[in-house]
Structures are given as C-alpha cells and as structure tokens.
Ligand binder design. Structure first.
Ligand SMILES: Cc1cc2nc3c(=O)[nH]c(=O)nc-3n(C[C@H](O)[C@H](O)[C@H](O)COP(=O)(O)OP(=O)(O)OC[C@H]3O[C@@H](n4cnc5c(N)ncnc54)[C@H](O)[C@@H]3O)c2cc1C
Length: 439
C-alpha cells in the first residue's frame, strides 16, 4: 500500500504551481495537466513583434503580496524585482482626477461640491445589504452616483445594487467624514489613499517571470495541451483531450467551478443547478504599440465615461521603468458578462481606438502593432447568488476528493499570491485526509 497520495493537479496558473511546489517539498507523486500550449494561466505574459523587449500581461498584473513565502518564490524566479509606488489616475468626464477620487474631491468641478458636501454629512448608517447601499453609507449618494456606480457598471457590468459586499475587504479606501470634507477644500496628505503603497514587478519578461522557476521545477510532471474533458468520480478516472485516460486518487483543480461541474459524471441535479448560478465577467484585451514622443509615468488608469468602451488601461513600459519615448505601449480592458453581453458596436477595435483618441493618448495613424484577445473568465461576479451556490459545489467536490482552488476554482476574488497559497494548502489538506483514511 502506498504511504503517500498521488495528486493530479489541473492547471498551471499560480494555484496549480503552488500545489506543485508543495508536492515537491513534501516529496509526493504528482502530475500537472494544462489545456493550453502556454503555462501560467492568467499570469502569462506576451510581447508584440514591434517591441519585443516589453511584455504585456493579461490585464495589469503587479504583486503587492505581504506574504514572505510568496515574495521569496517570486524573487527566486525573477531575481530582484522593481519595487514601485503605484501611480494611478482616473479619467472622468474628460478630466484627470488623482486616485482615489474620494481623497481628491477638490479636483471634481465646483458645481458638484455643495451636494457632495451635504451627502457626505447626511450619510445613512452603514449597510451591507448590497454594494450600492454600502457605497452610499460610506461616501454619500452624490459621490456614489458620480464615481463608483458608473465604474461598477463598466468594470463589473452590473449596478452596485446587484452586488454583495463580501469582496470589498481593504480594496476600497474609506476616508473619515472629516477627511472627505477636507479634500473638498484642497489637496491633503498625499500618503492617504490606496490599499497598498508599494508593489513588485519583474525587471524583465513580464509578470509570468515570477512563476517560471516553479514551472521549470515541475517540467517532468507536466503535460501541456492536455485538457481535462471528463472526470468519472466513481471509477476515479480522468479523460483527457489527447484521448488518454488517467487514474486519479486526489485532484487539486484550478478549473473554473462553473466548468468542472460540467465535466463530472453523475452530478446531482442540485449541484448542477448551483453551478449554473455562478456568474463571471469576461474581458477583451486590446494591446497597442504606437509611436509617441511622450514618456509616461502613470502605471494604470480607471476610465469612467460610458461612451469610452474600456474600464481600465495600463502602460507596460512604466512597470519596467522604461521612460524612453518613440514607441509606447498601452493595453485596455473591455468587460462583458451574462448581465451585459459583448456589444459588437462597443467592444471592437475601432471603438477602442476612438476612446484612446478621445483621451488624447494616441492617434490611429501612430499605431504600429496591436493584439486583441478574449479572456472568458476575468472576475468572479459577486452577485447575490454567488456564496450559497459556490459553497454547495465546493462541498460536493471535496466529498469526491477534488480540492478546487484558485480564483475560479474557489470562485473568489483571489490575487496571484492567494491562489498560489491555496494550491499549497490543498496539498496539505490532502495529506491530512490521506493519513486519516489510512488509519
Ligand atoms: C484583468 C486581471 C488583472 C489581474 N491583476 C492582478 C494583479 O495585479 N495582481 C495579482 O496578484 N493578481 C491579479 N489578477 C489575478 C490573477 O490573475 C489570478 O489570481 C490568478 O491567475 C489565479 O490563478 P489560478 O491558478 O487560480 O487560475 P488561472 O490563472 O486561471 O489558471 C488556471 C489554469 O487552469 C487551466 N485549465 C482550466 N481548465 C482546464 C482543463 N479542463 N484542463 C486542463 N487545464 C485547465 C487554464 O488553462 C489555466 O492555465 C488579475 C486577474 C485579471 C483577470
């Protein structure tokens, strides 16, 4: 009888690689299956031909982890990274407003000041019923309607009333009433504002460089281009896209929770129904290289105006401290979801370029290279169905020895470090469960 379990890992994003690193550390037998030709999941990076030394990520990816273990893994892989202070900006009704807007209200046109002030003073008691009520109780009605509600519709594709509040944590800066009122008068202490003050980014190769070493260490156990198509829980077999079948003992899966239930056989109806309730946003990423004689120090920008299709954009060269002009790079994100389907008239190259021109960031004639890619799973949507549905599916999977981890495995708002650590914790849990069943 084997004295340690064999673990099958699905996915080579941070969660899968975290699990693989833990298996190596504990000297367990494991294999990793990845459906794509390239590893790293959402943390993969790519370059365009006209600017091969500058890497784009799948949306702006930076590491602000406080977990020393992850900092160490990333550093061992990519070397000493850049340590940078975030430089962010908001584009709102044609104006550039410093981030976060609730700490820079003096930059909002005077016409809004009286109602901003009144509503900040008249805020209702703290509410956690939905994200909209929470916003009003934090910032007042006027600020909520001018800023976060408009941005929520672009980024999350829904009104804040359709969202819960359990994802917020430290993500949104909450100045006191006194601080908010004082920012109406003029600039305040520059230190106040964002939920992290520094972040790390690899000096070369894009965000995926943080995970390259983990992948290298598992090269022998890895199968790329190998999609898990079916999981037979009773026979304990996995069917793969290369027509082979693998036996499994335990699975650590970073497959999206709404997909894994579709590949399982004999799923009870209530689990199938719960998984159908899980909702996710998708994103189209448009990346450009363009001629420019201006350098850019801003790292990323939030874009509020509804007539501009993208919600956010970032400048990859600024992340590697490359301030040389001539060729500049930018990537923008256009979101859709089952709540707001992808509109061809909105989410297309021409509309995106018009938006960038409107912001005076580039002119179409200066574009030398571009790339468009669609990401089906971008953010878990924290609508009111999420928590009960997710818990039900996760509990069922664990009863079948499938430990579902990572941003879409756990169906949570996880960053790369949290996904990596969840992969590790799943392996530890499996070892515990294995010991219990062998007693
Ligand atoms: C726009 C955007 C910006 C972000 N910014 C940041 C940031 O600044 N900092 C940060 O820390 N995090 C950021 N994140 C979050 C980060 O990308 C995720 O936390 C992380 O990638 C999740 O890792 P994962 O391993 O759980 O999942 P993934 O990265 O999604 O990896 C899952 C892997 O499983 C594979 N897979 C799926 N199904 C199958 C199957 N059936 N068979 C085989 N393989 C399969 C996929 O191909 C994929 O490689 C951002 C995410 C997005 C979308």
């Amino acid at each position: 009888m084997n004295s340690s379990p064999h673990i099958t890992i699905i996915g080579t994003g941070p969660a899968g690689l975290g699990a693989a690193d833990k298996c190596l550390e504990l000297q367990l037998q494991y294999s990793i299956l990845e459906s794509k030709t390239q590893a790293f999941g959402h943390c993969k990076s790519f370059a365009l031909k006209s600017l091969p030394e500058v890497y784009f990520d799948e949306g702006p990816h930076i590491s602000f982890t406080k977990k020393e273990l992850v900092q160490e893994v990333f550093k061992k892989s990519a070397g000493e990274p850049h340590l940078l202070q975030p430089k962010m900006m908001n584009f709102w009704k044609g104006l550039k407003i410093s981030h976060p807007p609730q700490s820079h209200l003096y930059q909002v046109p005077q016409i809004h000041h009286a109602s901003l002030q009144k509503d900040i003073c008249d805020r209702p008691p703290l509410s956690t019923v939905n994200y909209y009520d929470w916003l009003v109780s934090q910032f007042g009605q006027t600020f909520t309607d001018l800023f976060p509600e408009v941005y929520t519709k672009k980024y999350w594709t829904v009104s804040a009333t359709q969202m819960t509040t359990d994802w917020i944590g430290e993500r949104i800066h909450r100045p006191t009433e006194k601080d908010m009122l004082s920012t109406l008068a003029g600039p305040q202490d520059a230190a106040q504002g964002h939920y992290f003050t520094h972040f790390r980014y690899p000096k070369a190769g894009g965000f995926e460089s943080f995970l390259k070493k983990s992948l290298q260490k598992s090269q022998e156990s890895l199968k790329l281009k190998c999609e898990v198509r079916a999981i037979h829980t009773r026979q304990k077999q996995i069917q793969l896209s290369d027509s082979t079948t693998n036996n499994f003992e335990f699975i650590v899966s970073s497959m999206p929770l709404n997909r894994i239930s579709r590949v399982l056989d004999e799923v009870p109806q209530e689990i199938a129904l719960a998984s159908q309730k899980l909702c996710v946003t998708s994103v189209t990423l448009y990346s450009f290289v363009f001629r420019s004689d201006q350098s850019n120090e801003t790292h990323w920008m939030y874009v509020y105006d509804p007539e501009i299709p993208f919600a956010r954009l970032y400048f990859p060269k600024a992340l590697v401290q490359d301030h040389q002009a001539r060729l500049q790079a930018v990537q923008v994100e256009v979101y859709s979801s089952p709540y707001r389907s992808r509109e061809k008239s909105h989410d297309d190259y021409a509309s995106v370029v018009r938006g960038l021109e409107k912001m005076q960031l580039l002119r179409e004639k200066d574009i030398v290279d571009s790339d468009t890619r669609q990401i089906s799973h971008a953010n878990v949507l924290f609508d009111h169905h999420r928590e009960p549905a997710r818990s039900e599916v996760l509990k069922y999977l664990e009863s079948k020895n499938i430990f579902s981890v990572g941003r879409f495995g756990d169906w949570a708002y996880l960053w790369s470090d949290e996904s990596y650590l969840q992969g590790q914790q799943a392996v530890e849990k499996i070892v515990q469960k294995f010991k219990m069943t062998k007693k």
